[in-house]
Design a protein around this ligand. Sequence first.
Ligand code: NAD
Length: 435
Amino acid sequence: MNKLNVKPADGKLGIMVVGLGAVTSTFFTGVLMARKGLAKPVGSMTQYDKIRVGKGEDKKYLSYYDIVPIAKLEDIEFAAWDVYPADAYRSAVYAEVLQLKDIDPVREELEKIVPMKAAFDKNFAKRLDGDNVMEGKTRWEMVEQLRQDIRKFKSEHNCSRIVVAWAASTEIYVPVNEQVHGTLAALEKAMKDNDTTHIAPSMCYAYAALAEGAPFIMGAPNTTVDIPAMWELAEKMKMPIAGKDFKTGQTLVKSGFAPIIGTRCLGLSGWFSTNILGNRDGLVLDEPENFRTKEVSKLSTLESILMQDKQPDLYTDYFHKVRINYYPPRNDNKEGWDNIDIFGWMNYPMQIKINFLCRDSILAAPLLLDLCLLSDLAARAGRYGIQRFLSFFLKSPMHDYTKGEVPVNHLFQQYTMLKNALREMGGYEADEEID
Ligand SMILES: NC(=O)c1ccc[n+]([C@@H]2O[C@H](COP(=O)([O-])OP(=O)(O)OC[C@H]3O[C@@H](n4cnc5c(N)ncnc54)[C@H](O)[C@@H]3O)[C@@H](O)[C@H]2O)c1
């Protein structure tokens, strides 16, 4: 019998999500439907994947639940904050991701999830105009109100643990400012001084979560927890943080496809990615300052897989461009095009075209589930700070850039990190090399 390196998942797990839009309502509905046996949680690693533990004669393939104690879907309680007052049922209907037949069987449960007032600042998402917001609060007062929300929900729903995840709109780009974001003391001072330029509302949620002893996950490309001050808070509170930006469609393809080019030693002269989407996320991203945040996140993927310094003949100065176009008729059904210009023997050019007709929230919902369950697991395993093993789920994985660390974006290396972490927590040997 292996010695588990993690505390049991006793009691209920409260999952509190910032933003009750397309992704969150699809996630809540899917979990509630799966709990009733009316839908399958397809795409979720925690619910489906099996990994090898042991070697030779001892080799077995086990599901995550057989390796480590992960919270069961039955033990989850949901809550959300949003700028708009619509409950989870109305939000799911509005999002038009799911058909009514897949929402109505859990209508009653969804209607009970009424969003709490948002810590919001219109300057960070100009296209949003809801009235379910905390009025007249400074950044520090937002933190205090959010901490109260977390405590209240935890006690009223009798939860033993909480995880907070951001699946709200992408905020405008907040560049890291050493003076404000460099240390926890400076961050707290800026919050108390109500520095509304450098302190995004998302930072208030992250601070509140960590201060209440809950892991925090950043599902958008916001720099919220990507700053040394938050790493310090996570270490102080011994809580995991993960981010940023769910790796759903085009970037998933990129991080899985680029290794084909790299492994086969083909050259790259350009990669042009464009897509159309018409949901509220697309509307917010239509604002150049919000798109900038997404662009920075999406661009980082290739550079750490196909590296100029490792293969100057193959990967010097390739042209990488990412575009997102707001196009309402498609709603949540995003269409992505990738044009890849590669070259082969004696530099002869070739092209690859990928056309992905995906469903944004259908891809994001299982990632949100896995990130929540695995962050809760990590906390019970005593892991804190940046959770690199969760990079698999993220477009722009967190890393310590102050020490020159390069993030792992290669999908299969990320998968190895995920498997090794699970093996370790389950008391097995982390036996795969990341190469
Ligand atoms: N769907 C995907 O494939 C995917 C992939 C990667 C990242 N994301 C990110 O996930 C996030 C959610 O996507 P979505 O499609 O559900 O968007 P959405 O617009 O449907 O929902 C976002 C919700 O967040 C709310 N919100 C904004 N600021 C808030 C705040 N400060 N506090 C509380 N609520 C706030 C909005 O009112 C809105 O209802 C976006 O940032 C998106 O970029 C999505």
